[in-house]
Design a binder for this molecule. Structure first.
Ligand code: SF4
Length: 329
C-alpha cells in the first residue's frame, strides 16, 4: 500500500522518510522491498510479539481504562533510537516471526477478552498492511484498534488507517527536539510527527502523547516547554500527556537515570503550561499515575503501575463534581 513509481525505482509513501528504493533493495526500515517494480512487505503475517497487556501499558490512560489489549508487532522500525527498549525486534539482523493471520489475531483477542488490539512494540507504520487488514476485521467484530507509534507517518498513511483506528499513543523522545532526533534517533526532521498528530486530530482519532525524557540531551527545558505549549494549543489542554522516565538500554545502557525529583519538576512544568492530565510513567506507585479531576481535585481513576485500583467516574466525568475528563468509556 502507498507507494509510487520513481523512474526505475519506487518511492514508499508510508512514513515520512519516503524512501526511494531501487530494484531488489530494501527501505530504511528493512522490511519493505522493491521486487520488480512492486513494493512488497516482508513481514505480513509474521508476528514477532503477541501478548495480552493492560491498555494502561501502551500507555492509554483515557481510552477504555482498565481493559485488556491484545498487543502485536512484527520486526523492523523506521527509527534508529540508541536507547530502544525493544531493539532485538526493532533492529533485527533478519526477518523473523511466527505465522499469525489477521483473522487469527482477532480470534485471539476475542478469546482473551480484549476490548482492543494494539499495534505496538515496534513501529506499526512499517507493518501497515498487516495492521490495516487486522484492524478492518477487528472493527467488524466490535474490537477497537490502537497504534503505539513514533508518529513518523505520512498524512496519507494516517488517512488510510483512520476509518479503523480508534486511538493512538504518539511517542516523542527528547521533547521532539530536532537535534536530539538527529543524534539519538537517526531521524533528520521531527516535523512530520507534528503533522501526523494534526492529521489524526482532524480524523478524530483519540490521542494520547508520551515524551521520553532522556538524560544528556533529551532533558532540556526549552524544547520541553515548546512541546507542552504545542500540545496545549494544537491538540488541547485535555490531551493526556505521559512523561516517561528513561531506563538505560541498548546503546545507552551506561547512561544515568534522571532522579524521580527531576521527573516531578518536568511534571510541574507541563502542568504549569496548562496541560490538565499529566502523568509520570516508568515510576510505579506514586501519585503521578492517577487521574485527578482538575476542577474538584478528587481522584477519578486510581492506578498502581498498569493496574486500575478504583474508578470514580460517572460515565466519562468526575463522579463528584461532574466535570468531563476526556475519557472514552
Ligand atoms: S516505511 Fe520503510 S520503506 Fe517506507 S518510507 Fe518508511 S522506512 Fe522507507
Amino acid at each position: 500500500m502507498l507507494y509510487e513509481k520513481a523512474g526505475d525505482a519506487v518511492r514508499c509513501l508510508l512514513c515520512a522518510r519516503r524512501c526511494i528504493i531501487a530494484e531488489g533493495k530494501l527501505g530504511t526500515c528493512g522490511v519493505r522491498e522493491n521486487m520488480g517494480g512492486t513494493l512488497r512487505t516482508l513481514v505480513y503475517g509474521k508476528a514477532a510479539s503477541c501478548a495480552v497487556d493492560p491498555i494502561e501499558k501502551k500507555p492509554l490512560y483515557h481510552f477504555h481504562p482498565g481493559t485488556k489489549a491484545l498487543s502485536i508487532s512484527t520486526v523492523g522500525c523506521n527509527f534508529r533510537c540508541r536507547f530502544c527498549d525493544n531493539w532485538s525486534i526493532s533492529q533485527p539482523e533478519r526477518i523473523s516471526g511466527e505465522p499469525l493471520s489477521p483473522g487469527e489475531i482477532v480470534s485471539l483477542a476475542k478469546r482473551s477478552g480484549c476490548r482492543s488490539i494494539s499495534y505496538t512494540y515496534t513501529e506499526p507504520t512499517i507493518f501497515f498492511e498487516y495492521a490495516y487488514d487486522t484492524a478492518r476485521l477487528a472493527r467488524k467484530d466490535g474490537i477497537f484498534n490502537t497504534f503505539v507509534t513514533n508518529g513518523y507517518m505520512t498524512p496519507d498513511a494516517v488517512e488510510a488507517i483512520s476509518p479503523y483506528l480508534d486511538a493512538a499513543t504518539v511517542d516523542f523522545k527528547g521533547s521532539g527536539d530536532q537535534s536530539f532526533y538527529r543524534t539519538f534517533c537517526g531521524v533528520p526532521d521531527a516535523n512530520p510527527v507534528f503533522e501526523a498528530l494534526l492529521e489524526m486530530k482532524r480524523r478524530k482519532i483519540f490521542i494520547e502523547v508520551t515524551n521520553l525524557i532522556v538524560p544528556g540531551g533529551g532533558d532540556l527545558k526549552p524544547p520541553f516547554l515548546k512541546l507542552a505549549d504545542w500540545i496545549r494549543d494544537e491538540l488541547g489542554a485535555e490531551t493526556p500527556y505521559h512523561l516517561l522516565r528513561f531506563f538505560p538500554s541498548y546503546l545507552c545502557s551506561d547512561a544515568r537515570q534522571l532522579p524521580p525529583k527531576r521527573m516531578e519538576e518536568f511534571w510541574s512544568m507541563a502542568r504549569g503550561e496548562g496541560l490538565r492530565h499529566v502523568y509520570l510513567g516508568n515510576m510505579p506507585g506514586g501519585d503521578f499515575e492517577n487521574t485527578i479531576c482538575p476542577s474538584c481535585g478528587s481522584i477519578a481513576i486510581e492506578r498502581c503501575g498498569f493496574e486500575v485500583i478504583s474508578t470514580n467516574l460517572n460515565w466519562n466525568a468526575c463522579s463528584r463534581c461532574g466535570r468531563a475528563l476526556n475519557i472514552v468509556v
